[in-house]
Design a protein around this ligand. Sequence first.
Ligand code: UD1
Ligand code: CA
Length: 453
Amino acid sequence: MKNLRVLILAAGKSTRMKSKFAKVLHRAGGRTLIEHVLTAARRLSAEIAVVVGHSADLVKNASTGVSFVDQKEQLGTGHAVLSARDHYAGYDGDLLVMPGDVPLIASDTLDQFGQFHREGGFVACVLTADIDDPTGYGRIVRRDDHELQSIVEHRDASPAIRQIREINSSIYVFNAPALFDCLSKVRNDNAQREYYLTDVIGLLVGQNRKVGAFKVSRAEEILGINTRQELATVDRILRRRKTEELMTNGVTIMDPATAYIDADVQIGADSIIYPAVQIYGNTVVGEDAAIHSFTRLSNARIGARSVVLEGSIIVDSEIGQDVSVGPYAHLRMGTSVADTAKVGNFVEIKKSSLGAGTKSMHHAYLGDATIGKNVNIGAGVITCNYDGVNKHQTIVEDGAFVGTDSQLIAPVRVGKDAYVAAGSSITEDVPPESLAIGRGRQVNKEGWRRKKK
Ligand code: UD1
Ligand code: CA
């Protein structure tokens, strides 16, 4: 679309959210509200500006590839747009104005809306919807099927106007010069003592200029978020969309209602997601994998055919193909587990790598460790990686066997094909192919009990 720019209003405070942070920084479906809106807007125009005020720095950080306009004081939506007047000096094209709190808006809808505006020869257009409970919204007072008379805010509306169920979405397309010309005439003589952007519509109509109203078919799309309840509603809608998309692409989701899967997650076909699973961030799951209940994956990579059993947590870590993890395993901070390895019950792994075919099946802590291929880590093995001040590395080479209940006191190296006897405290490097026994010798005192009696 040529000659269309986008202005997003995001300076407002989140009074009804009772939050320290700007409303548009809250998350639904795994993305901030502003990210959702920017994603839709980017498909329409490369020229996007965001009006910022409350928590401006955080909002700026959350919005990439756009320019910013500062609104120092929040005196209303009309004032917010007026703050951007200099930004659009000399620009005579169309401007799509939208709030930052409408995360469900689809770019297709915005496209159709822009087309309606251009083809109808309007100076301004408003995107509207019929909703069951219009309380709180600005009402659309129409002239006919296409043209509009004015927008009346709920608080300023008469009982008759409050009966109208068609509401203002707060999404508009304006001819930019006409918009800024009228904005300077808007007054704040209303119930909220604010400069309303909606008043521009009445002013344009008063000048006998053509103002259009375009109604969306799916009212859900224009849901604006003002409360935590609405945030939860929108989150549920976005999660449902995500599970629908995944199922359409061949993923089995046993209970979509309890699958919490962020927008950017990718899952391969024929993978199975059991009930009550959380998959966040940029997690990628390959084909034919299985993620069992009560598991949380955050920015994880899970290879094809791998299985993550119940109650496991995998954060910022990578799992190869044909791997089994869990139940109740915790992998974090850049851990990598190579193909066909097995990580079992109550095993915690941090900043470590496990080679192909390696097994750590029960109750272990492996931190800051490089563990080779086909290594056996016995039950209860612990890398003592921290001396109270610094962290130290443990290296276990290919084919080694570390017996149960051993402590590897780092820095230390267990050589290729070496054996560590069960119950050892290993403080010195173990040469390849040797056996290390690091424990007190057992003493049997014959007849000890009998003599005591
Ligand atoms: C607005 C509309 C209303 C519409 C509703 C849809 C006005 C006067 N009313 O009301 O007709 O039905 O949206 O949700 O426009 N903002 C700023 N600076 C300000 C004030 C607001 O940037 O000084 C931003 C907010 O951050 C928000 C957007 O503008 O993203 C809308 O503001 P909000 O206060 O939510 O407007 P509503 O009262 O919901
Ligand atoms: Ca609003």
